[in-house]
Design a protein around this ligand. Structure first.
Ligand SMILES: Cc1cc2nc3c(=O)[nH]c(=O)nc-3n(C[C@H](O)[C@H](O)[C@H](O)COP(=O)(O)OP(=O)(O)OC[C@H]3O[C@@H](n4cnc5c(N)ncnc54)[C@H](O)[C@@H]3O)c2cc1C
Ligand code: FES
Length: 276
């Protein structure tokens, strides 16, 4: 068996999230592969454009929805530029799932606070839908999401759906100056909005993903609110190649982010080598 051989996936839907970000809905072409495929929230895959290469993206859909997978990607370089040219009905490659996952079972019975910035909502969205599909097994659910401007908000249709639900609290913000004329959400940077929303820390777990600067300034706010480092989870996006613990591309000290991660608690991240 060739561990690098991708499954063939048909692109069945494409959503333009922003000017540079798209979401693909993918279906396995092989019915056995479709039937046998299973994953957990937080895992990732290697997505390939034949003749161009592979890129690492999280699986952005929830494991509770079996009949397809979704990925959302921002155009930054070679493979993501090639992916942007893909159309509905085209075939791309996928191998995975790889890596560890969010501890959904340990989160049951707790309040869950999701904090995301920009395209960082993609890995968090997978956990959000997993939690919402099992809503009665969790206590309070809070979603705080920010982007630079209204044009940069991803998953707009889901943000509306979440805002309209009475069993979750959803706060959406844009950076000062990023609002358009009709904007009804918050205006401010994510750390300040987290402080304002003040989710309770007792019996709570926080899931955070976004640009490093957002995380850097949100962490002290969460600590101030009473969240302990072991109750704050994030997912790292170190550059990867094999995704399988073979090539050493992703390692930080003695940690292989592709195998030991990508999901880590802040307690674990603080123990990683200083250069990280
Ligand atoms: C576990 C994991 C999950 C990820 N999930 C997503 C996701 O859901 N959506 C998404 O859009 N992206 C995600 N990424 C980042 C994504 O893998 C890269 O942006 C992508 O591979 C770039 O491919 P490319 O060929 O277009 O860019 P390249 O041509 O390889 O590079 C273009 C530019 O992007 C930079 N770059 C490439 N990869 C990374 C990286 N991992 N981190 C920082 N800079 C990088 C390069 O240094 C270069 O400047 C994830 C990465 C990891 C490791
Ligand atoms: S990506 Fe190859 S070892 Fe992690």
């Amino acid at each position: 068996m060739n561990i690098y051989k991708p499954e063939l996936m048909e692109v069945v839907e494409i959503i333009d999230e922003t000017a540079d970000t798209k979401t693909f809905k993918l279906k396995f072409k092989d019915t056995d592969a479709a039937r046998n495929f299973d994953f957990k929230a937080g895992q990732f895959g290697e997505y390939s454009v034949f003749g161009e290469g592979e890129s690492t993206f999280c699986i952005a859909s929830a494991p509770t929805r079996k009949e397809y997978i979704e990925c959302s990607f921002k155009q930054v370089g070679k493979v993501t530029t090639a992916l942007r040219k893909v159309s509905i009905g085209d075939t791309i490659g996928f191998r995975g799932p790889y890596g560890n996952h969010f501890p959904i079972d340990d989160m049951k019975g707790k309040n869950v606070v999701f904090i995301a910035g920009g395209i960082g909502l993609a890995p968090v969205r997978c956990v959000i839908w997993n939690v919402l599909d099992l809503r009665d097994q969790f206590k309070d659910v809070t979603i705080i999401y920010g982007a630079r401007s209204t044009a940069d908000l991803v998953y707009k249709r889901e943000l509306e759906e979440w805002k309209n639900r009475s069993d979750i609290k959803t706060v959406v913000t844009v950076d000062p100056g990023g609002e358009d004329a009709g904007w009804k959400g918050e205006i401010g940077f994510v750390p300040a909005i987290v402080e304002k929303a003040a989710p309770k820390a007792e019996n709570s777990v926080a899931v955070i993903c976004g640009p490093p600067v957002m995380i850097k300034y949100t962490m002290p706010v969460l600590n101030k609110l009473g969240f302990k480092d072991e109750d704050i989870l994030t997912t790292l996006e170190n550059r990867m190649k094999c995704g399988l613990g073979k090539c050493g591309r992703c390692n930080v000290g003695n940690v292989y982010v592709c195998k030991d991660g990508p999901v880590f608690t802040y307690e674990q991240i603080k123990k990683l080598p200083a250069e990280y």
